[in-house]
Design a binder for this molecule. Structure first.
Ligand code: NAD
Length: 384
């Protein structure tokens, strides 16, 4: 439930600029929610086009549609997915909400603080706090990405996922290995199983093993797991990582399809599949590296947003931004997270920052001309 502010605030929605990004930060449906709660909404022309939300859909929902400069001029709260060059045009009157990756790009946060911008990043939401769950954009987007990873793999694979019995004989089901069984990995397991594949999975967190089994998949036991830290995998020591990589690498050649989704918050993704393991996979195997992006990937030689075929005939798909390829569903979920966040910060007279609140203290990265998030401050102090 969104509380109407006494003084009408304007929420601005930008058209995403990143290559391959098809999502939009607010949908006409969530626009209607904000408007009925007393906000104004301004949307950059074409912002929702790639997710099949037209300017006229936004106008029909009651938003004003205009050029980027007019959106920035009118907005108090600016909604986006990724940081972009436009964010440099923000001023102290702006609060920006997005997936800003502050631990991977703390210098951007410093520049925003220096520009007086208040920056809120979904990446840093304390996700285990129950009142924060409606704002959990990492989960909503990872869930879409895991689903799409299964479809991308099935599409690229030259065989059937299910066992099929036909007059021409019976086909064997595809064998799938999912590495990383968090939100995205579990959705990939569920979706590949729905398609009829025989699925195994591995996650380094000990608590993930029961999640894997609960979806009917087999746990790949490589003899290395660690206790979760706050629900997340900790970064492994060099020796642990070397043991793990060796054992996982020895297993991957047994599978037709490999989907990787392993991440460590604020760190480059762990390398799980070295080139020599890829070289031992059968020709026709498919690898979807769901962690491939600007900061690396789980598979050696995967290239973000590209498909490469190894000399041995293995198709390697670098797919770190798969949620962008299901733009309508992903935008709808993200927009609900945005609307929930705006509701959460709306108190009495308007948009109020309260750093004594645990959830807000996680989300707010810059405020009042300073980087206020402790983890980001620490990073900046370590690497000035
Ligand atoms: P994530 O995207 O940071 O990582 C994905 C997965 O990669 C994790 O499961 C992680 O353990 C795994 N991983 C990391 N290093 C690995 C390695 N070397 N080898 C294999 N796997 C590796 O995590 P996520 O999917 O966003 O969520 C992580 C955890 O948070 C899960 O336990 C999830 O259930 C939990 N969570 C809880 C809530 C909640 O309580 N409301 C909400 C969202 C997520």
């Amino acid at each position: 439930m969104i509380v109407a502010p006494d003084q009408m605030l304007t929420v601005g929605v930008l058209r995403e600029q990143a290559r391959g990004e098809q999502r939009v930060g607010l949908t006409p449906d969530s626009t209607g929610r904000l408007l009925s709660a007393g906000y104004r909404v301004v949307v950059e022309q074409g912002a929702g086009q790639q997710a099949w939300f037209s300017d006229s859909d936004y106008a029909a929902a009651g938003a004003t549609v205009g050029p980027c400069a007019a959106v920035l001029d009118a907005s108090d709260v600016v909604v986006c997915l990724h940081p972009s060059a436009i964010l440099h045009a923000l001023s102290p009157k702006h609060t920006v909400v997005g997936l800003l990756q502050p631990l991977l790009d703390p210098q951007l946060m410093l520049r925003m603080a220096e520009a007086g911008v208040t920056a809120l990043s979904f990446d840093m939401l304390p996700r285990t706090v129950s009142r924060a769950q409606s704002m959990d954009a990492l989960t909503s987007q990872a869930s879409v990405a895991g689903y799409k990873a299964a479809l991308v793999a099935a599409d690229a694979y030259g065989g059937f996922f299910p066992m099929l019995t036909t007059a021409a004989g019976t086909t064997k089901p595809a064998t799938v290995l999912v590495l990383g069984a968090g939100v995205a990995g579990l959705q990939a397991i569920a979706t590949t199983r729905r398609l009829g594949a025989v699925v195994s999975a591995f996650d380094v967190r000990d608590s993930a093993q029961s999640d894997i089994r609960s979806l009917g998949a087999t746990v790949l036991d490589v003899g290395v797991t660690v206790a979760s830290e706050g629900g997340y995998a900790r970064q492994l020591t060099a020796q642990e990582q070397a043991d793990l990589t060796g054992r996982v690498a020895a297993a991957v050649e047994r599978y037709d399809v490999l989907i990787t989704t392993a991440q460590v918050p604020g760190r480059p993704p762990p390398l799980l599949v070295p080139a020599d393991a890829l070289s031992r996979m059968r020709a026709g195997s498919v690898v979807v590296d769901g962690a491939a992006g600007d900061f690396g990937g789980n598979v050696e030689g995967s290239v973000a947003d590209s498909t490469v075929t190894t000399d041995g005939g293995v198709t390697v798909i670098g797919a770190g931004n798969l949620a962008a390829q299901v733009p309508r569903a992903a935008s709808t979920a993200y927009a609900r997270n945005v609307a929930a966040l705006i509701a959460y910060f709306t108190k009495g007279g308007g948009f109020a920052i309260d750093l004594d609140d645990e959830v807000q203290a996680g989300l707010v990265i810059t405020h009042g001309g300073r980087v206020v998030h402790p983890a980001v401050r620490t990073l900046l102090e370590e690497n000035p």
